[in-house]
Ligand binder design. Structure first.
Ligand SMILES: Cc1cc2nc3c(=O)[nH]c(=O)nc-3n(C[C@H](O)[C@H](O)[C@H](O)COP(=O)(O)OP(=O)(O)OC[C@H]3O[C@@H](n4cnc5c(N)ncnc54)[C@H](O)[C@@H]3O)c2cc1C
Length: 461
């Protein structure tokens, strides 16, 4: 703090359109909280930027004063890189404006927007771009790591739909990155995380989606899981790109369509979305409820934005979280045994296991086409260790780590950068895969001093 007082915080405040928060400001305690309550950090300054010019001033301020700099988009990242101790946080939560051109099927959206903000702006026109499955996630962090969700098999990773970006570099310059302007930077932004600058605007291509889509859940008891998983594997191998079916395994929440006696019991849910006309989707999904005897089913035609929010109640801000993740190119029967074993010993009612199914359009680009390298990842398994009481930390973290080790022999070795926890620095190279060294060269051009290092860090070559 003493150091900072000697620096001209007053001058920064006078030049910022947004707001500069210090630890004694009333808004500071909430502003330093992020999605994962395990992260408890105290920045010296939080700058709630309102404009690109605010971002430029704050980047310059941090660089000139030798301060650690963190950038907060949606504040969702499990590793907690959106916030730092002692340094400066660029908080983009005020910068959410979206501008849709429905004829050109493009949207330009600011760097602090959430998935809900983006979907709300585009769905008015019956358009969408592939995003993740929890609407409070930030567009920025999700996109910069690759981004996938219900529309990805049909329309690719989020980065495959990025047309251009406005970036504030470490030198405080504002540049536009696209296929023709700073193409090296544009390549790196599409999977290289927040290493290269602060993205203040994203331009995405849009596709006709809904606004009503066939989607929902088919729920099986855990006793049928092995057979369901085997049939699921065969089914998704032949599914059309329009159809995405993911697996969620957890203790059943008290959802009204599930019988009361199943609440709190271990279940396997097939979560699905058909990104085409619902009439065409209905016969295609029929086998999914014939894999066994479902205990509940809630599938129908509903607004796309409603399905995009369907998992929000289970993934709210403020719980303690420790996640582990593997990529898979195939699903081995022995993996199913491991998974079922660990579902049977879930350490808290909020813990869950997700299999996101990729393939389709996500697998077609070459691994070097964008910085996102894992085009071979047909499934991303994520163990959500999630609980409320700090007394449960070691039990829940232990469960996730043991599960991770037990399932590792069946995984591809790659991992999605956006699912790494803070203690997985040894997996950062695996997360960037075969693109790591090229990313490191781009880093040298745009951030030679590694100002942007609160991320899954790529060191300048
Ligand atoms: C509940 C939940 C569900 C999820 N589901 C999915 C899913 O379905 N699909 C998927 O692909 N991912 C998913 N994720 C992972 C998600 O993509 C990452 O957590 C992502 O990093 C979140 O972005 P954010 O902007 O909210 O995060 P933040 O924590 O704000 O930022 C994450 C990283 O990006 C950097 N960053 C943020 N904004 C900018 C910016 N404007 N410019 C430069 N750098 C920036 C930060 O410095 C930090 O290093 C999920 C995460 C959670 C917690």
């Amino acid at each position: 703090m003493t150091n900072l007082q000697t620096m001209n915080i007053q001058e920064l405040k006078e030049n910022i359109t947004g707001e500069v928060l210090l630890s004694n400001d009333a808004a500071y305690p909430d502003a330093r909280k992020i999605w994962n309550a395990m992260i408890d950090r105290h920045p010296a300054l939080i700058v709630r930027c309102a404009t690109t010019a605010d971002v430029v001033r704050t980047v310059n301020f941090a660089r000139e004063n030798g301060l650690l700099l963190a950038v907060r988009g949606g504040g969702h990242n499990i590793a907690g890189n959106a916030i730092c101790d002692d340094g400066v946080v660029i908080d983009l939560s005020r910068m959410k404006a979206a501008n849709v051109d429905p004829d050109a099927r493009r949207v330009i959206i600011e760097g602090g927007a959430t998935l809900a903000d983006l979907d709300a702006a585009t769905q008015i026109h019956g358009l969408a771009t592939p995003l993740g499955i929890n609407s409070t996630t930030g567009v920025a962090g999700l996109t910069l790591g690759g981004g996938f969700g219900w529309l990805s098999r049909k329309y690719g990773m989020t980065v495959d739909n990025l047309e251009s970006a406005e970036v504030v570099t470490a030198r405080g310059e504002v540049v536009r990155a696209s296929a023709t302007e700073h193409p090296d930077l544009f390549w790196a932004l599409r999977g290289g995380g927040g290493n290269f600058g602060v993205v203040t605007r994203f331009e995405f291509r849009l596709h006709p989606v809904g606004p009503d889509v066939l989607s929902g859940l088919i729920v099986y008891p855990i006793s049928q899981a092995k057979s369901v998983l085997r049939q699921y594997r065969e089914f998704v191998a032949k599914a059309p790109d329009e159809l995405s079916v993911w697996i969620v395994m957890r203790q059943a929440p008290p959802l009204p369509f599930l019988p009361e006696e199943i609440h709190g019991k271990e279940i396997l849910a097939l979560a699905l979305l058909y990104a085409g006309s619902p009439e065409q989707g209905v016969p295609l999904i029929k086998p999914l409820h014939q894999f066994g005897n479902p205990v509940g089913m809630h599938v129908g035609v509903q607004p796309y934005v409603a399905w995009q929010r369907a998992f929000d109640p289970l993934l709210t801000f403020g719980a303690r979280n420790y996640w582990k993740s593997h990529n898979f190119s195939t699903l081995d029967d022995r993996l199913f045994d491991v998974v079922i074993n660990y579902v049977e010993k879930l350490p808290s009612p909020q813990c869950e296991i997700f299999f996101g199914a990729l393939g389709g359009a996500t697998a077609r680009p070459a691994p070097h086409a964008t910085a996102y390298a894992h085009r071979d990842a047909l499934f991303v398994m994520n163990f959500h260790g999630r609980w409320e009481d700090p007394a449960d930390d070691s039990r829940c973290i232990g469960w996730a780590r043991d599960f991770f080790n037990a399932s590792a022999p069946f995984a591809s070795g790659g991992v999605y950068v956006n699912f790494l926890t803070a203690d997985e620095t040894d997996r950062v190279r695996a997360a960037y895969g075969s693109n790591h060294d090229r990313l490191s060269l781009v880093k040298r051009t745009y951030d030679p001093e590694n100002l942007f290092r609160m991320n899954q860090n790529i060191r300048p070559a």
